[in-house]
Design a protein around this ligand. Structure first.
Ligand code: PLP
Length: 432
């Protein structure tokens, strides 16, 4: 057992693991195994029947993944987590764990393009309707609700508009209705703790800041344990009606002796077991390395990005910059309320010269990588309209906060002088 630390700097290094009991290994071992030997037939039956928790098969759980799950859950202040193969799988499972064919969920339209497409098209093919609303006014969530609405969804620091989501306001609308808020906190780990403001479920693409080194694809779902599913039997049938995929278990009742983990245990033992997008133990190991420096990196990303936002907003060739450090109006209020430990490393800006200037700028960068990723230790740049968000039509692009000449930057942890020099040189090469 390790102590229950509360500071993310310490959790990232110590939560959920001290040493290997057989070898005294300090580093978390990579348990590269498909299966786990049962003690005897009773032990096997207990594990399958969930009367005892333990390892069965690495599609459903794995000890290396478990350390990652414990640490991310502790950083977010949750009661449990499930690691999956990608951020996309995390978003899908988080929704599918509550929504069946004929159900709907209300989602912010300010989303990463891949999530937008998954919700709009793939979920629709499965008979689950995503109702997109503008998060600027939280009341838009209320207006879109009907008796089949099972969840609210939003991105804390939406990629790529970077206008902070009204977490507390939307969670408060959902609470009396029995509608939990699921948030994607990929862009703001450590700097925002969504459970403190009433969110029920958090997902991350661990591919980004949690990994931090651009080596591995992964995702994770964290349960706050704070939602009383039993109080909303009609609103939340997935957790309150017998589940034929687990011997008719009623999750909210069956799991009670194990703690407030009905949502996350159902997700592991149905979604992950049956759909199978498991995280590999090797990738979990890589993310555990990333977690060790996550809090430190988020601090440096934020400090550097604040300076870049200041530099860009004063540059004569720049039309507008989007970063929480220079947001105004309601977005400034939300940034101050929800981003308590820094403004994050992501930002967008529009060049006065529009789309051609945007391309010239990206082609002129030397140190920044031109890649479809965010949250790396290195500085990265991309033109969303022609890449990550290219599957969206013009209206959808604008709804997601993407204009044609918009450039997205993920500011790294290099020395700020080198970052500013690369940006400044590239801007010099842009026709005014
Ligand atoms: N959520 C956000 C905010 C993202 O930016 C991304 C990817 O860019 C994803 C989810 C999807 O994550 P992954 O690429 O790990 O599937």
């Amino acid at each position: 057992m390790t102590k229950n630390y509360t500071n993310p700097e310490t959790i990232g290094l110590h939560a959920g693991w001290r040493k290997d009991e057989n070898t005294n290994s300090v580093a978390v071992p990579i348990h590269q195994t498909t299966s786990f030997q049962f003690d005897d037939c009773d032990h096997a039956a207990n594990l399958f029947g969930l009367s005892e928790l333990g390892n069965i098969y690495s599609r459903i759980m794995n000890p290396t993944c478990a350390v990652l799950e414990d640490r991310v859950s502790a950083i977010e202040g949750g009661v449990g987590a499930v690691a999956v193969a990608s951020g996309q799988a995390a978003a899908a499972y988080a929704i599918q764990n509550l929504c069946k064919k004929g159900d709907n969920f209300v989602t912010s339209s300010h989303l990463y393009g891949g999530t937008y497409n998954q919700f709009k098209n793939v979920m629709a093919d499965m008979g689950i309707e995503a109702r997109f609303v503008d998060p600027k006014d939280p009341e838009n969530f209320q207006k879109a609700v009907d008796e089949k609405t099972r969840a609210f969804y939003g991105e804390v620091l939406p990629n790529p508009s970077f206008e902070v989501f009204p977490i507390g306001e939307v969670a408060a609308i959902g609470k009396p209705l029995g509608i939990p808020l699921i948030v994607d906190n990929t862009a703001a780990p450590v700097i925002c703790r969504p459970f403190d403001y009433g969110a029920t479920i958090i997902i991350h693409s661990t591919t980004k800041y949690i990994g931090g080194h651009g080596t591995s694809i992964g995702g994770i779902i964290v349960d706050s344990g704070l939602f009383d599913w039993e109080d909303f039997k009609e609103r939340q049938p997935a957790l309150n009606e017998p589940d034929p995929s687990y011997s008719g278990a009623v999750w909210s009742e069956a799991v009670k002796p194990l703690g407030p983990i009905a949502y996350i245990l159902k997700l592991r033992t149905t979604m992950l077991r049956d759909m199978g997008a498991a995280m590999s133990p090797f990738n979990a190991f890589m993310f555990i390395q990333g977690l060790e420096t996550l809090a430190l990196r988020m601090r440096e990303h934020s400090i550097n990005a604040d300076q870049v936002a200041d530099f860009l907003s004063k540059h004569p060739k720049v039309e507008r910059v989007s970063h929480p450090s220079i947001a105004d109006g309601i977005y400034q209020e939300r940034a101050r309320k929800y981003l308590t430990k820094g403004n994050g490393g992501l930002m967008g800006f529009e060049l006065k010269g529009g789309i051609e200037a945007g391309k010239q700028f990206i082609n002129s960068l030397e140190m920044f990588y031109h890649v479809a990723n965010i949250g790396d230790s290195r500085s990265l740049a991309i033109h969303p309209a022609s890449t990550t968000h290219s599957q969206l039509n013009e209206d959808e692009l604008l709804n997601a906060g993407v204009t044609p000449g918009y450039v997205r930057l993920s500011i790294g942890i290099e020395h700020i002088d080198d970052i500013l020099e690369d940006l400044s040189n590239a801007l010099d090469k842009v026709d005014a």
